[in-house]
Design a protein around this ligand. Structure first.
Ligand code: AMP
Ligand code: GLY
Length: 431
């Protein structure tokens, strides 16, 4: 089988690596891919940008692609899954209509109210003055979110009303994220541990991946600005059968059923970002794709044999027959740590030479996924904010983290930074 993976980050490297290991897969094209996918066995980069819908469809047609797996949200919002489906190519990823679940927080909120899924109380604003009045009327922490796509950076958790006013001005007056911040959501502040719950979905059928947790803040102790994610581990310690059943019946099933009822069934990875409050799980956000870096931990955690083969599930989901093959996936504890450029999430300085990748990859249970890299002859060069993601499998998430942190000691590039406390414990800088 010939597969096309769309995207260029660590998530896509992890997906391409995992899909290429399936016995039914002969070739995985990655568009545009990165310095890691360029040399992955059975993988090949294709120089087409992830958001060039027309060229991707033409390529998939010419190359006889039998399954397209779309990594990032942008091409989904632009209608890549619709265009591929129209061309007769099985696409694993939701339609543009359904991708609004991630592309517009206001739409996600409306859908959740319609089907009774718990989420923080909120108000939506396009004008500054009424938004300022709304936040001034209350006290304590509050959360300001850009409505549209902001690369994981559109949420500001404001400790007080002065901070909230500033966030509102940045979005509505300053146009911080362009069109994406022309509308904002102001949301009640919730407290509790967070987890990511991701399922492979098709209509109202779904197969869950293991629970995971991301670390969105840049700095140790969950300080500093929000990023796309600095590390992750799976499973989360507080997940048990009862909680999982509850999340499925209170969040996943109602949302999938509501989308089906509206005539816009979901196909793809449905990602619920959840907070376990005293009043049970609340949805912080939905994504219509796999998380990054959660995917890097989840893919290395999946069984290497049939029980962990994603391909039959993804193809069945894309063809609307997931119920026929529905099989549980077997997974193991795993974790990953992102190595970022020193300027991330602000201005990054690409072009740094990366060393030590073969040593790190030679370690037991370790795989270094590339996020923002390119090849220059035999060299690997940094080309983005999140540069690498060192993933490992272990006996427990903590064991996996120890392996990942040990492997980080092998890797070097100028300005490299990473969090030393992924998974809770502190891991000293390797010497
Ligand atoms: P989101 O992109 O919506 O998942 O938000 C990014 C991060 O901001 C989340 O992982 C939470 O840590 C935090 N956050 C979002 N919404 C809330 C909320 N209503 N209350 C407290 N923290 C929140
Ligand atoms: N890791 C969070 C996300 O992918 O949105």
């Amino acid at each position: 089988m010939r597969i096309l993976v769309v995207g260029s980050g660590g998530r896509e490297h992890a997906l391409a690596w995992k899909l290429a290991s399936s016995p039914v897969v002969s070739h995985v094209f990655v568009a545009p891919g990165n310095g890691g996918t360029a040399t992955e066995p059975h993988c090949e980069n294709v120089p087409i940008p992830a958001d060039d819908v027309e060229r991707l469809v033409a390529f998939a047609r010419t190359e006889g692609i039998q399954l397209a797996v779309i990594g990032p949200e942008k091409p989904l919002v632009l209608g890549l899954a619709d265009a591929l489906t129209e061309a007769g190519i099985p696409a694993f990823g939701p339609s543009a209509e359904v991708a609004r679940l991630e592309g517009s927080k206001a739409y996600a909120k409306e859908l959740m109210s319609a089907c009774g899924v718990k989420t923080a109380a909120y108000a939506t604003f396009e004008e500054l003055e009424p938004a300022l009045e709304y936040v001034r009327a209350g006290e304590g922490p509050i959360v300001v979110k850009a409505d549209g796509l902001a690369g994981g950076k559109g949420v500001v958790v404001c400790a007080d009303r002065a901070e909230a006013e500033q966030a509102l001005r940045d979005n509505l007056e300053g146009g911080r994220f362009g069109d994406a911040s022309a509308r904002v959501i102001v949301e009640d502040f919730l407290e509790g541990p967070e987890l990511s719950y991701i399922v492979i979905a098709s209509g109202t059928d779904f197969v869950p991946l293991a629970s995971s947790q991301d670390h969105k803040r840049l700095l140790e102790g969950d300080e500093g600005p929000n990023t796309g994610g600095m590390g992750a581990f799976t499973p989360v310690p507080f997940m048990d059968d009862a909680l999982e059943r509850h999340i499925q019946s209170a969040v996943i099933r109602p949302v999938l059923a509501e989308l089906e009822r509206r005539g816009t069934p979901f196909v793809g990875f449905l990602y619920a970002g959840l907070m376990l409050t005293e009043d049970g799980p609340y949805v912080l956000e939905f994504n219509v794709r796999c998380g990054d870096p959660e995917t890097e931990a989840l893919m290395i955690g999946l069984d290497a044999d049939f029980e962990g083969d994603l391909v039959p599930l993804l193809i069945a989901a894309a063809q609307g027959r997931l119920a026929e093959v529905r099989a549980p996936l077997t997974s193991h504890p795993a974790a990953c740590v992102v190595l970022a450029d020193g300027g991330y999430p602000g201005n990054v300085s690409p072009g740094h030479h990366i060393s030590g990748l073969s040593e790190a990859n030679a370690r037991d249970g370790v795989k270094v996924f590339h996020c923002g890299t390119r090849r220059s002859h035999a060299d690997v060069i940094s080309s983005g904010g999140r540069v690498l993601c060192v993933a490992a499998r272990g006996e427990s998430p903590q064991d996996a983290l120890s392996r990942a942190y040990a492997a980080i000691g092998d890797v070097h590039f100028e300005t490299m930074r990473y969090r030393t406390d992924i998974g809770g414990a502190t891991h000293d800088e390797p010497t």
